[in-house]
Design a protein around this ligand. Structure first.
Ligand code: KG4
Ligand code: ZN
Length: 343
């Protein structure tokens, strides 16, 4: 079985993993940069890119040593080639190209979103195509029919903020710092999800798109009003996001007979969301699959695995593979009314 070295640096996590074509993760490591970005309340692209240059080479050495595998035993290099912060994307991609040249092994230029989209198949060998995927991360919130490797049909996207972005902005308003998702989830455990009345944007609409900007505005007004406990605001916010996701996913189910609902991306680490979507799937007679939380947030095991899937199909990239800031999974999907640059 081939051994694939996965490299990831598209946002604020530097990550390396060694995975095999038969779903073994021989070793992996992720180094976050939360402390470096926290004073700014979000990721600073220039700081992130420089940090990846510092961190990635040592991580490659560490992962190979932990797996007790020599660099010459690696069969292919899978590097994230986008989408993401372009300075960061270039770090892993160029490292991957350099290793590919030096080792004379194939390069797989992986779409980070495809890494998230295929990650459930790394831990769930029975998960077959097609499946309905809710992909919710810091930069994206989409419902996709995953038909195969490299074959995606977008059913819905956000018309403004991504789901993780909404968590991060709400957390900032509550003074919780960055990243916001885990902080909101922790605070929400002490709160009453019915305490604060918040909107559920687009719920009930016939198309399964998302919108979170209005929710952020409402949280801003609640925080400024100071009437409610922060824990109640956090719990009510999380409940509102969950209600939107459950409703939107239910609508998307009407557009696909894919038998399994899958959730992936950083926001899928949220325990309340995982259980609400699991309940939806069983109510709608669909199977449910969600990767463990460590595989939902950014990591290189998912990049190595997407590389393994592509390698098995002969989908190898040349050294001219570009670094892309924007790279939608469904290239045919049209812009949605009200949508900004995000697709
Ligand atoms: O997939 P990811 O690690 O990076 C991107 O590709 O964007 O997602 C990061 C996002 C952040 O916005 C973070 O706040 C959110 O995922 N997140 C969560 C949780 N853990 C991470 N959101 C809600 N609940 C969580 N437990
Ligand atoms: Zn991600």
């Amino acid at each position: 079985m081939p051994l694939i070295l996965g490299l990831e640096s598209s946002c604020d996590d530097s990550a390396v993993a060694l995975v095999s074509g038969d779903r073994q993760i021989l070793a992996q490591a992720v180094v976050g940069q939360d402390d470096a970005h926290r004073p700014f309340g979000g990721v600073v692209p220039e700081i992130a890119a420089r940090a990846h240059v510092d961190i990635l080479p040592g991580l490659i050495r560490q992962v190979l040593a932990e797996a007790d595998v020599g660099i010459g035993e690696v069969d292919a290099i899978a590097a994230t080639a986008g989408p993401g912060l372009i300075g960061g994307v270039m770090v892993a991609l160029l490292a991957g190209k350099g290793l590919s040249i030096a080792l004379r092994k194939p390069l797989l230029a992986v779409n980070h979103l495809e890494g998230h989209a295929l990650s459930p198949r790394l831990v769930d060998r029975d998960l077959a195509f097609p499946y309905l995927l809710l992909l919710a991360s810091g930069g994206h919130c989409q419902l996709l029919e995953v038909r195969g490797v490299g074959d995606y049909r977008r059913l819905a996207t956000t018309i403004d903020d991504a789901a993780g972005e909404a968590f991060d902005k709400a957390a900032k308003l509550l003074g919780l710092g960055y990243p916001g998702g885990p902080a909101i989830e922790a605070l929400a455990r002490d709160g009453d999800p019915t305490a604060v009345k918040l909107p559920r944007p687009l719920v009930g609409s016939g198309e399964p798109h998302f919108s979170f900007a209005g929710l952020k505005g409402a949280v801003q007004r609640e925080v400024a009003g100071g009437k409610h406990r922060p824990a109640d605001v956090a719990a009510s916010f999380q409940q509102a996001v969950m209600d939107c996701m459950v409703d939107r996913t239910r609508v998307a189910m009407a557009a696909t007979d894919a038998p399994t609902l899958v959730v992936a991306g950083g926001v899928a680490a949220n325990g309340a969301l995982r259980s609400a979507l699991g309940d939806l799937a069983s109510a709608e007679g669909r199977a449910f699959s969600v990767p463990p939380a460590w595989l939902c947030t950014d990591n290189a095991a998912m990049i190595g695995w997407a590389g393994a899937e592509r390698l098995a199909l002969g989908m190898i990239d040349g050294l001219d593979a570009p670094a892309r800031a924007r790279w939608p999974l469904d290239q045919m999907a049209e812009k949605v009314r009200g949508a900004g640059a995000k697709a």
